[in-house]
Design a binder for this molecule. Structure first.
Ligand code: PLP
Length: 385
């Protein structure tokens, strides 16, 4: 039995999602821009999915833009807001954080090279951005604030509602990368997040296919498109829609909403806490990064003194457990995580940290088995050093 404790890297497509998608490759294929019957059917399916996403996020269907995933949504948000200032030769300042995913960080760096001023806020030692630091960083020409909702490595939830209120009062737009928060915690764009203007989601972190995503763009906000082509997605994202993928994402959004209503947060938190407590009591010198921060219910960032995380990941893989070192996108590179370093960990501490992330399919039996395998692997590794 393989145990997948790497759900923050990707999740499987749920059977219900696959079932919903299936007809759109076979008998119901069609281009949603075609006026004939199969085109209209495909259009109908895309619009139903848009409604499902809007319902998950508590926004209007018109505010949903389908993209190819989190990376594209993040780039569209940052470049879409800031490129027009560069084009007009007007000053533009972006505030983001040192703990963002590279989809935001590298987009920010690219904008910086093109003339945007960028401030990267540092988190506190619990991996959380302080709203007062944002307040102090605002400038008259701050156009956009981009702070992620939940960190992919530590699970730490950022005070996005508060941050958005401060930025809005200053006249800046607000983007949040909610890739690791969507369908894990409630997202209410007409309540707690009513001051958020742009929000990114990725399908493959919420049981929909890889290569699907959404950028929420609040009504009245105009963004420059990344791609030039047809008038798709109300001129915001050119290109024929990925109809089966969008249908799958819509079904995944419905299922996510049902799970949240059925108390999924408590179920996952209970499993995650059982894993953490078991590991802390079985492994001397183990600690949880960001334990004091509010966290999404599925993520554990586990630091183990005098352990090489990469060696542990390999040992666990051989024993049937998928876990990850730093962020998934950097796996293979033995660089300390920029997130953990920003929080104040030393390189050695960051290189001794693994990430365990649970999915909705994780069972209590799998957690118990992981609690046998992980401490034993740590003991073995320590004995050979
Ligand atoms: N943002 C965060 C927080 C992520 O964790 C990821 C993927 O790991 C992304 C963005 C990129 O999403 P995608 O893989 O859909 O491009």
């Amino acid at each position: 039995m393989r145990i997948d404790l790497d759900a923050n890297a990707t999740t499987p497509v749920l059977p219900e999602v696959l079932e919903a998608m299936q007809p759109y490759w076979l008998e119901l294929y069609g281009n949603p821009s075609s006026t004939h019957q199969s085109g209209r059917r495909a259009r109908g399916a895309v619009e139903m999915a848009r409604i499902a996403l809007a319902s998950l996020l508590h926004c209007s269907a018109k505010e949903i833009v389908f993209t190819s995933g989190g990376t594209e949504s993040d780039n569209l948000a940052l470049c879409g807001v800031l490129q027009p200032y560069l084009d007009r030769g007007e000053p533009a300042h972006l505030i983001t954080t040192q703990i963002e995913h590279h989809a935001v960080l590298f987009a920010a760096e690219s904008l910086e090279r093109r003339g945007v001023e960028v401030t990267y806020l540092k988190p506190d030692s619990n991996g959380v951005i302080r709203p007062e630091d944002l307040e102090a960083a605002l400038r008259p020409h701050t156009r956009l604030v981009s702070v992620m909702l939940a960190n992919n490595e530590t699970g730490a939830i950022q005070p996005v509602g508060k941050i958005a209120r401060i930025a809005k009062a200053h006249g800046a737009l607000v983007h949040t990368d909610a890739v690791q928060g969507a369908a894990k915690i409630p997202l209410d764009l007409s309540g707690e997040f009513k001051n958020v203007d742009l929000l990114s989601i990725s399908g493959h972190k919420m049981y929909a296919p890889q290569g699907t995503g959404v950028l929420f763009v609040r009504q009245g906000i105009s963004i420059a498109p990344l791609f030039h082509g047809g008038p798709h997605e109300r001129q915001r994202r050119a290109g024929t829609e990925n109809v089966p993928g969008i249908v799958g994402l819509g079904r995944a959004a419905e299922l996510g909403q049902q799970r949240l209503a059925a108390g999924h947060i408590t179920t996952l938190t209970t499993l995650r806490d059982r894993l953490e407590q078991g590991l802390l009591s079985a492994i001397p010198g183990a600690s949880i990064n960001c334990a004091a921060a509010p966290r999404v219910p599925n993520t554990t960032s586990l630091r183990i003194d005098s352990i090489n995380a990469e060696a542990l990941i390999i040992a666990l893989d051989l024993q049937g457990i998928a876990a990850s070192f730093g962020s998934a996108c950097m796996s293979g590179a033995a660089e300390p995580s920029h997130v953990l370093i920003a929080m104040g960990l030393t390189s050695a501490e960051a290189l001794a940290t693994i990430r365990l992330s649970l999915s909705t399919l994780t069972t209590a039996e799998e957690i118990d088995r992981a609690l046998e395998i992980i401490p034993a692997a740590v003991t073995r590794l320590r004995s050979v050093v």
